[in-house]
Design a protein around this ligand. Structure first.
Ligand code: C5P
Length: 311
């Protein structure tokens, strides 16, 4: 085990496509999700401790997150410790930039970061396939936070394949006041659909072709999210935020995942800044951030294992 803290940086995600199929007997929905990681990231700092697992939080949403066994990062540390058969001794600190319950997989990022950080701190060297399995047990978006980039997820959203995508995309994210529960948004989507039979979700060929050729306007036009209607039903004011971005020339305007964060695709970096300034000035959102994608998955950015090994 190292005697120094390790820091892992983990990206937020936006879904370029989120197609929701039928509700399964286990309560989850069959999905096609095109995940895209962006450089809006949380840092997970893991420090040695001799007293079990603790967590502290600073930044976005600090104070609104549980700091007990309900925290996803704590659950990740406990799951890894159980798997490798060691005491879960670690002091975790989350430096948050990803909005809490914002539809950008912030909790999932923290869980993925805690897995990688504890593995490095404890020197447990768990293989990638096992980390991905532990990740999937923690939540549907956790495996992608390990992988990053742009990837297609099917089934519950956890079976991932890298997408053929070229170039960078410039995004603007509008954070809203207060989060939305993912489970509540899925339930609202089911309610709005009534008894209608859902076709099996399919990967959008239009989106895939646009990603392959890095045709940014075509990517913007191909963005789709089956949860958007439900998020707007629960949070009607988001429609005005999306309209404001469109009026400012966003190439795509979409609710991110289950919301309430809204994502806007810009033509390039200067356009993203213009869009961010206009959205900030609109008074319609709490905070506006720019970010570039794709971003890498959870990775060590702090001191690596330089001290004694084993442990
Ligand atoms: O897997 P995770 O805990 O992140 O999912 C949160 C909630 O989102 C689930 O409890 C479920 O209501 C919904 N969900 C779903 N189908 C999926 C993924 C998530 O219904 N494929």
């Amino acid at each position: 085990m190292t005697s120094h803290a390790v820091t892992v940086r983990v990206p937020a995600k936006v879904n370029l496509q989120l197609s929701v199929g039928a509700r399964r007997p286990d309560g989850y929905h069959d999905l096609v999700s095109v995940f895209h990681a962006v450089g809006l990231a949380d840092d997970v700092v893991a420090s040695p401790s001799s007293d079990g697992v603790t967590v502290t939080v600073s930044g976005e949403g600090a104070g609104s997150l549980p700091v007990d066994g309900d925290n996803l990062a704590v659950r990740a540390a406990l799951a890894l410790a159980r798997h490798v058969g060691r005491p879960p001794d670690v002091a975790l600190h989350l430096v948050k930039s990803i909005p809490v319950a914002g539809g950008m997989a912030g909790g999932s990022a923290d869980a993925a970061g805690a897995l990688v950080a504890c593995d490095a701190l404890w020197g447990s060297d768990v293989d990638r396939a096992t980390l991905l399995r532990l990740a999937a047990d923690l939540g549907s978006d956790v495996p992608f936070a390990l992988v990053g980039g742009t990837a297609v997820g099917v089934g519950r959203g956890i079976d991932l394949t890298a997408a053929l995508a070229r170039g960078e995309l410039h995004w603007v994210f509008a954070f809203d006041e207060g989060g939305l529960s993912t489970a509540a948004v899925y339930a609202e989507a089911d309610r709005l659909r009534g008894g209608a039979v859902r076709p099996e979700p399919r990967v959008s060929e239009r989106l895939m072709a646009a990603l392959r050729s890095h045709d940014v306007p075509a990517i913007g036009a191909a963005l789709e999210n089956d949860l958007q209607r439900a998020a707007l039903s629960l949070r009607p004011r988001l429609a005005r935020v999306l309209d404001a971005g469109r009026e400012q020339g966003a190439l795509g305007a979409i609710v991110s995942g289950s919301g309430p964060t809204c994502a806007f695709l810009a033509q390039d970096a200067p356009h993203a800044v213009d869009l961010a300034v206009a959205l900030s000035g609109s008074g319609l959102c709490r905070t506006v951030r720019t970010a570039v994608g794709p971003a890498p998955g959870a990775r060590l950015v702090g001191p690596t294992r330089s001290e004694d090994s084993g442990g």
